[in-house]
Design a protein around this ligand. Structure first.
Ligand code: KG4
Ligand code: ZN
Length: 351
């Protein structure tokens, strides 16, 4: 099956062409146009600006993608588009473009949940893909940590997912971004905080580990962010090293909570696999800690992380999530889906 996919839920416009069968996966094209520079001066994503930029770039980028894949529209089996959750202004550009293409080319159209995309992103790695169809891979505990989400899921198949818990306030990536802002690092702050953290002392400050002792799968990062805010005025000299220490201690608190809660859930549900995905899964300290702790405490559990190029928003993950759904549920109704597909900014992933 050949899937053409489109992602516009936030500040990345991305197209991908994915060829997928039970045994093989081939990313024939992937293009990503990031808007981070556009939004940096505002300190965060401005929804109207995001939509305008998606509009400007979406067709030139489609042309580039089809050229890269050397693909003619008749060869496409499915068009998959992110339909939520995300910024409604941005989602609408993607969904309307995909609807127009599906109607013009007479193709089936599938609205894909953005979180579902992140959840399957580790399988975009050619070596991981064969595991997706093995019963010995499931059940999996999956953590999605990004700028908008921090959620734990139980996955019993690639396309069968149950929400176990989520953040009650800020997402983990959002906390990284806000701490970055407090010490005048530009948006998006996560990678910059992580870089500084690698030069700091993780014990220099003792920040809270919110909800770590709660016997559920929920998270909270607003209190941790506030603890950093209240600590700042008490620091006599905010130089490079104290900033690095602050970032290191903050990063350690986030990593401790994410790792502890993910492991607890993995133990409780006897997970054979742990999946960690989303923008924050690019964090090297998180990746290293997960690898070490899982091999020590759950030696029979495999850890699947996305390749770094698939941690952020991209259309390849949307293509794979779409392909997985259509494979398992044959849906002729998708042929006319362009007539009714609508974006849903608050789409929760349940099934
Ligand atoms: O998944 P993503 O690209 O977009 C959303 O769906 O939100 O995630 C972006 C988030 C941002 O908050 C960014 O600061 C964070 O992921 N992030 C990181 C790192 N790289 C990206 N956070 C911590 N460490 C990183 N290395
Ligand atoms: Zn995302």
């Amino acid at each position: 099956m050949i899937v053409l996919a489109l992602e516009t839920s936030c500040d990345e416009t991305s197209w991908s062409v994915l060829q997928v069968s039970n045994h093989q996966l081939f990313i024939k094209a992937l293009t990503i146009s990031s808007q981070t520079k556009l939004h940096a001066r505002w300190g965060g994503v401005v929804p109207e600006l995001a939509a305008r930029r998606h509009n400007e770039i979406i067709i030139p980028l489609l042309r580039q993608t089809l050229n890269q894949a050397q693909l003619q529209p008749p060869a496409i089996d499915l068009i998959a588009v992110t339909a939520g959750p995300g910024l409604i202004t941005a989602l609408r550009v993607g969904v309307e473009t995909a609807r127009a293409l599906a109607a013009t080319w007479g193709k089936p159209l599938l609205g894909v949940n953005h979180i579902n995309g992140h959840l399957v992103s580790p399988f975009l790695n050619k070596n991981h893909w064969p595991l997706a169809n093995l019963s010995s891979t499931w059940p999996a505990i999956a953590l999605v940590a990004s700028g908008g989400h921090t959620e734990l899921y139980l996955m019993t198949k690639l396309n069968r997912t149950k929400l176990l818990g989520k953040t009650l306030d800020d997402a983990a990536g959002e906390a990284f971004d806000k701490v970055a802002k407090m010490i005048n690092l530009p948006y998006p702050g996560g990678p910059r905080v992580a870089k500084l953290a690698s030069q700091g002392n993780r014990q220099a400050f003792n920040f809270p580990r919110p909800m770590i002792k709660h016997k559920n799968c929920n998270f909270s990062f607003a209190g941790l962010k506030t603890a950093v805010l209240y600590t700042l005025p008490k620091i006599k000299k905010l130089n490079h090293q104290t900033k690095a220490n602050l970032c290191a201690a903050f990063e350690q608190a986030v990593v401790d909570v994410l790792v502890y809660k993910t492991l607890k859930a993995a133990q409780e549900y006897k997970a054979r696999t742990v999946i960690v995905a989303g923008g924050v899964s690019a964090n090297q300290h998180l990746r290293n800690t997960l690898t070490a702790v899982i091999s020590e405490q759950l030696p029979t559990t495999q850890l699947l992380l996305p390749d770094l190029k698939f941690t952020g928003d991209n259309a390849a993950m949307i293509a794979l999530a779409g392909a997985a759904q259509v494979n398992f549920k044959k849906s002729p109704r998708l042929i006319n889906n362009w007539k009714k597909l609508q974006p849903n900014a608050n789409w929760e992933l349940w099934n």
